[in-house]
Design a protein around this ligand. Structure first.
Ligand SMILES: [Zn+2]
Length: 269
């Protein structure tokens, strides 16, 4: 696997994290942190268990609902309505919230189980597969959201190019990812919950995220450092986490980043 930002190979990278059976490297050219090898897995990592056993998307539905209300509120300040596409919609919670707030909503979800749940239990319009497979017509959407999705994709730059094609010329791109340069990531190293070797290929920083988005043909409008949507896996240490988060927000080194971008017309050529 080569660096998704600058294309340099893993031979041009240094070790960032190494544990038995797993490593992350940091690209010497651009600073991107990534997993150079694909882990061997017998089963689909995004099957039913992904959405149920971890007791997150279903069991913590109300918490997600509240977090997404805040996110949709931020989107509405930049685009008041229209057709919103949620890429990697899971069981469709963000779509539900956006719909309640007046958007027409569509979704794409790789997991057959989750997309089927969103369609049958919630009546949402969700395509099963990748964004590229969905093959939407050009300039279809007013807003495209990739919330905690880019880090999972084999080719995030190509997916962002596809987003650019299907976004209206005055549309808004919304990207949420974790921040590998956050205080929490530095403190916890390989134990940081977002490392997830089986799922996360790419670990963005503010600089590498902006560069990837720009090179895919967008102009960054705004970027904010924010607490991770939901503290997880840290039950006993929740208050320590809250204290660190407070410092992290003040110093722009929170666990998550939210980026808004629009199409850069100069990159049409
Ligand atoms: Zn690079």
């Amino acid at each position: 696997m080569n660096c998704c930002v600058c294309g340099a190979g893993p031979d041009n990278a240094s070790i960032h994290i190494k544990t038995p059976g797993f490593r992350l490297v940091r690209c010497r050219d651009c600073g991107m942190v990534y997993r150079p090898e694909s882990p061997v897995s017998e089963t689909d990592p995004y099957g039913k268990e992904y959405f149920t056993d971890r007791n997150e998307y279903l069991g913590r539905r109300d918490e997600f609902h509240a977090a997404f209300e805040e996110l949709v509120g931020k989107i509405r300040r930049r685009k008041g309505g229209g057709h919103l596409l949620d890429v990697g919609t899971g069981i469709g919670t963000l779509m539900e919230v956006a719909s309640e707030k007046g958007f027409r909503v569509s979704g794409v979800e790789y997991s057959p189980w989750a997309s089927n749940f969103a369609r049958t239990e919630k009546g949402l319009n969700v395509f099963t597969g990748t964004l590229e497979e969905a093959g939407f017509p050009g300039e279809t959407f007013d807003v495209v959201v990739l919330n905690h999705v880019l880090e999972h994709l084999d080719q995030p730059r190509e997916t962002l190019r596809e987003v650019r094609r299907i976004l209206k010329r005055d549309g808004v791109l919304v990207v949420g990812v974790q921040n590998i340069e956050s205080i929490m990531a530095r403190l916890l190293g390989a134990g940081w919950y977002s490392i997830k070797p089986g799922e996360h290929i790419w670990h963005f920083s503010p600089a590498t995220l902006s560069r990837l988005v720009r090179e895919a043909g967008f102009e960054v409008i705004e970027k904010e450092s924010r607490e991770n949507n939901l503290p997880s896996g840290w039950f006993a240490k929740k208050y320590l986490q809250m204290a660190i988060n407070a410092v992290a927000v003040l110093t722009n080194r929170s666990e998550a980043m939210l980026l808004f971008a629009r199409i850069d017309p100069r990159s049409d050529a």
